[in-house]
Each structure stands twice: as C-alpha cells, then as structure tokens.
Design a protein around this ligand. Structure first.
Ligand code: CUA
Length: 357
C-alpha cells in the first residue's frame, strides 16, 4: 500500500471555493424556481396575505439549506470517488473538527428558532385581527363523510346548511366539531385549517375579503374510505344573497331543528333534505327540487329518470348492490338499516316525482 501525500491546503481551499460557488449558483436557481411555482389557489381571506409571505420566507430560507447539503454530497461523491487501482487505499485519519461542528449546529439552530418565532407571531396576529371586530359565528360539524354548517337563523334557532355561505369582508369564527372520528376542516383559498376532534370544540378565525366566488372545502385528515369525497363548497356571496340564503334556510322544513333523527318522518322531501339518518341525502347528491348540489354521489336529476322504482329502492337500502361507475363503493350508508320501509318508499316516490325537472 503506497503512502498518499496529504492534500495541500491550497488545493483544499480551491476545492472549497469551487463547492461554495456551485452551491451559491444552485441556491439562486432553486429559490427563483421555488418562488415561480404557483403553490396556492387564489386567496380569499385577509389571512392569506401574511400566510403566503410566511411561505415565501420559509422557501427562501430552506431552499439554500437543501441545495447546500445536496451540493456537498454530490461534489464529494464525484470528486473523491474511488478510481481503479485505489481499492486498498485508505483516506487520511480524521478525528473530527470541533469548530466545524459548532458552526453546523449553531447556524441551523439560530435559523430554526428565528423561523419558528416569525411563524408564531404571524399565526397569532392573524387570529387576533379576526377576533377583534364584529364576528359571524358558524358551527362546523364533520362526520363520515360530510360537513354540515350551522348558523343562527332568523328566530334565533340554529339552522343547518349542507354548503358554507359567507358574506364578504366579514370576520368569521368557526367552531369546529366532529360526530365520529378526527376530520380536518380546510378551505385552501382561506389558507386556514384545523382538526375536528370528537368531544372537543376547536376554533378557526377567518376574515373574508371582497372576492366573491365558490371555494372548495375539503377534509385534510384521513378519516376513512370516503375521505377523498368529503368535499363541499364555501360560497362567498354578496350581503343580500347571504341574507336571502339564511332566510331560505330558516324556512326550510326541519331547518330550525338542527340535527334530528329520522323519527317517523314519511315526507320524501324532508327525508331527502334533513331527516334521513345518518346523513341526509342532499349532503352527497344533486337534486334541483331539494336545492341539493352534492357531488359525492351520482347526480339524481340525471340518473333517476332512467331507473325503475325497485332499483332505486335497492340503491337506498343496500347501495353497494348497484354502485354507479366512477363512484366508490362503501361510502353511502345502508339506509335499509336506519329508515323504515315506509320511509324508503316515500323517498322512492319523491325521487320519481321530482328528479330531472
Ligand atoms: Cu373527513 Cu377526511
């Protein structure tokens, strides 16, 4: 085994300079690329601005760290690789470098503490802002696999809505609850999300802007087979439309009752919109007559006119007997277990009468 001369310190400094230069160029390219990517949907809340800035700062801070580590790894793997004839050679004996270890521990520690402090300040600030002024209270209840939104209706009673309606430029305090497992209430356009945990209330504060539109509400916590289908909409509508929508909900049959069992209810429309248990049909299906626009299950205005009463009845009592192509089995509950035969018949009759109008 031949003795290797130690690397001259001049050559070593040149290698270090070369490595840092490659790292610097790669960092600049990486940051530019990261900032060019459109990471989020259009912002629809006051909170979105500070959150997007926080995201950009985190990218600017973390991309160079990633690039630096990758550059050193790749550089060393190429530059110091074993060449033919070097199989038996050993590297120079190194017993560590205290100065280097202090530096590479201190810099990430300072960086992490700084970024955590900044993120904490941003997150507490944006919630304070929303809590400060006149607030709209909405109770959000998650269950497998739908969200229901409860408002204070005209008579002071709580009214339920399958879709989220909000007026513009309004601070909203969401009280988030779950009936079964852990879900996560998330409106990406608002940039805010929070877990819905059975047994406790969690809170989320958002201030809408003057951007009107329909924004997806999704579940961000794996909660079962229908998790991916647990999607509804947040409609930010004009003040007049919001008031009209709330008045309409207050008048809806069973609307004032909030949650309630199917009981002995045998009116098809009431079963469809509110009373069917465990989840009212309108949460997942579209049916114009009931004002329902769910997309988790098939659009009933489209499919029901072509179906026999027996087929519809079986699809309600035991949905997995006839899963429509393109929809997942196992999501729709077996209503044969929770509804009486009279209630199922009332639903079938109602659907045959109104679907496709
Ligand atoms: Cu609810 Cu995922």
């Amino acid at each position: 085994m031949s003795e290797q001369p130690p690397v001259a310190s001049g050559e070593s400094r040149a290698q270090l300079r070369q490595m840092l230069l490659i790292g610097l160029v790669a960092s600049i390219l990486g940051i530019a690329l990261a900032l060019l990517i459109d990471w989020f949907p259009v912002p629809a809340s006051e909170q979105a601005g500070p959150i997007d800035t926080l995201w950009d700062v985190l990218l600017i801070a973390s991309v160079p760290v990633f690039v630096l580590v990758e550059t050193i790894v790749l550089y060393c793997a190429i530059k110091f690789r074993m060449r033919p004839g070097e199989e038996l050679r050993d590297g120079p004996p190194i017993h560590g470098n205290t100065k280097l270890e202090v530096i590479w521990t201190a810099i990430p520690a300072i960086l992490l503490v700084g970024l955590c402090t900044y993120a904490y300040v941003v997150l507490t600030d944006i919630e304070d802002e929303a809590a400060a002024s006149e607030t709209l209270n909405v109770r959000v209840v998650g269950e497998q696999f739908t969200w229901t939104f409860y408002y204070e209706g005209e008579g002071g009673d709580e009214v339920a809505s399958p879709q989220l309606y909000l007026p513009p430029n309004t601070p909203v305090d969401f009280t988030v609850q779950s009936k079964d497992v852990i879900h996560d209430f998330w409106v990406p356009a608002f940039r805010m999300k929070i877990d819905a945990v059975p047994g406790i209330d969690t809170h989320l504060r958002v201030t809408t802007t003057d951007r009107l539109g329909e924004f997806p509400v999704v579940c961000a916590e794996l909660c079962g087979l229908g998790h991916s289908a647990m999607r509804q909409s947040a409609h930010v509508v004009s003040r007049e439309d919001y008031d009209a929508r709330l008045a309409e909900l207050s008048r809806a049959p069973g609307g004032g009752g909030g949650e309630g069992g199917g009981g002995g209810e045998t009116d098809g429309k009431t079963l469809f919109t509110e009373a069917a248990q465990p989840t009212a049909c309108r949460s997942c299906h579209t049916l114009a007559d009931a004002g329902a626009s769910g997309t988790t299950g098939p659009n009933l205005d489209e499919v029901v006119p072509d179906l026999s009463e027996a087929f519809i009845k079986e699809s309600i009592e035991n949905p997995d007997a006839n899963v429509t192509e393109g929809f997942q089995p196992g999501i729709m509950p077996r209503y044969g277990d929770s509804l009486s035969p009279e209630q199922v018949d009332a639903l079938v009759k109602y659907l045959k009468e109104v679907a496709g109008q």
